[in-house]
Design a protein around this ligand. Structure first.
Ligand SMILES: Cc1ncc(COP(=O)(O)O)c(C=O)c1O
Length: 415
């Protein structure tokens, strides 16, 4: 595998005329990783029965070991899942709460996972309490305090994102998990964005449950997610699909593996190619993963500063809470979902910029209400260049000016 340099887009299949500033949503898989996945696929299709029925467990075990080392996790607690959405739903579908129990999640969560929390609460007659984390935020401790203050004697379970989807904040998950654990609350950490963006140490974190994606910042193939369950809780968690494992009485493998490793015929190659993604993407920078994560975070900070100065705003969070994404409030535009969609479409259609405009809070956190603000969230991956954010900032500043009250007055005066 040849090693690309920073700003080198050639290993990615990204269209050359599009400024791709949304690595965060679905990642982007470079060709050498796709090539590793192609090799796995060809091995599978050369003899599908041998591969899937006789060899797959061994291949999954090897991939799991590599992923466990990367996450400093206990490989016995790792199950591959297609994505973090499935990881969250798997945990919630396995647990049962009592009527009157309280579940916590913040207003910075991802919309789909908040929906899953609400569905679990409704199923069991429990209550979902939304923890309000300020945004703008001045210090990570504000997030810890928000969770701690929401705990009551009835709180049983909490969801917390390591890196928040709408606001791109790196939350102090270790402190949150520790404080909740001291109060008897199990935490599910949604690490969808974490692997490859920030250091992940599941051994140190010691959360009850953790899920994350390989297809975002590790640049793995789409559908390469991971669920980790702490040893003391492992026999409680079942896959969403009931398969052969349910009545398999083998004793040569842990029950957790038997249950999760075969969920019906599917393509396992995204999981099998994860070691190649860890090796390849981590090899892009001379200083490996640490170098890459530090460089991406520096670029995200620079992007945020470029945007804030063009929009005349101040950074909404301290630098310590930024990873390789940054969200900046858009002043002067009515915070409606329609306006967000319109602006995002204009940026793509007219300026060829792929970037999300996010209404905050997301619908599941706004609870039927209107969003309070619109955010532009930029990603910084190794293939992005600073001048892309300069172009975005100029385009946004122009559009914000054009939609402002003065321009409306001008248009009215001009008749
Ligand atoms: C915090 C968070 N959780 C979960 C997800 C869902 O990821 P996936 O679509 O891979 O399940 C995302 C996606 O952006 C996210 O930002």
């Amino acid at each position: 595998m040849a090693t690309p340099r920073t700003y080198d887009r050639s290993p990615w299949l990204l269209e050359p005329d599009i400024s791709y500033l949304n690595h965060g949503s679905f990642g982007a898989c470079p060709d050498p990783v796709m090539e590793a996945q192609r090799v796995w696929r060809e091995r599978m299709e050369a003899e599908p029965v041998r591969f899937l029925a006789r060899e797959l467990e061994r291949h999954l075990d090897e991939a799991r070991m590599r992923v466990a080392t990367f996450l400093n996790a206990d490989a016995e607690g790792i199950a591959f899942v297609p994505n973090a959405t499935t990881g969250v739903s798997t945990v919630l579908a396995s647990l049962r709460f009592q009527p009157g129990d309280e579940l916590l999640a913040s207003d910075h969560e991802y919309n789909a996972t908040l929906n899953a929390m609400r569905a679990a609460a409704e199923r069991d007659g429990a209550t979902l309490r939304i923890v309000r984390i300020p945004f703008p935020i001045h210090d990570p401790s504000e997030a810890v305090e928000a969770y701690v203050h929401a705990v009551t004697p009835r709180t049983r379970f909490a969801l917390v994102s390591h890196v928040t989807s709408p606001t791109a904040l790196v939350l102090p998950v270790a402190a949150i998990v520790r404080e909740l654990d001291r109060r008897g609350v199990d935490t599910l950490v949604d690490g969808a964005h974490a692997p490859g963006m920030v250091e992940v140490d599941l051994g140190l974190l010691n959360a009850a449950y953790w899920t994350g994606n390989g297809h975002k910042w590790l640049c793995g193939p789409k559908g390469s997610g991971v669920l980790h369950v702490r040893a003391d809780l492992r026999d409680r968690i079942r896959p969403l699909v009931i398969s052969h494992g349910a009545n398999d009485d083998r004793t040569d493998r842990a029950r957790f593996r038997i249950l999760f490793d075969w969920l019906g015929t599917a393509d396992p190659t995204p999981y099998l190619a994860l070691p190649a993604a860890i090796r390849y993407t981590g090899g892009i920078h001379d200083d490996g993963w640490n170098g890459l994560m530090t460089a991406n975070a520096a670029l995200a900070r620079r992007a945020r500063d470029i945007l804030c100065s063009a929009l005349g705003t101040t950074p909404p969070s301290p630098d310590s809470m930024l990873g390789s994404m940054a969200s900046v409030p858009l002043p002067g535009i009515a915070p409606t979902r329609a306006a967000a969609q319109r602006l995002q479409a204009e940026l793509f259609d007219e300026d060829r910029i792929e970037v999300p405009i996010i209404p905050f809070p997301v619908p599941a956190a706004a609870d039927g209400g209107a969003p309070a603000q619109l955010l532009v969230r930029v990603s910084a991956q190794v293939y992005n260049r600073p001048d892309e954010y300069v172009a975005l900032a100029a385009s946004l500043a122009r559009r914000v000016r054009a939609s402002g009250p003065r321009s409306l007055l001008g248009r009215l005066r001009r008749g």
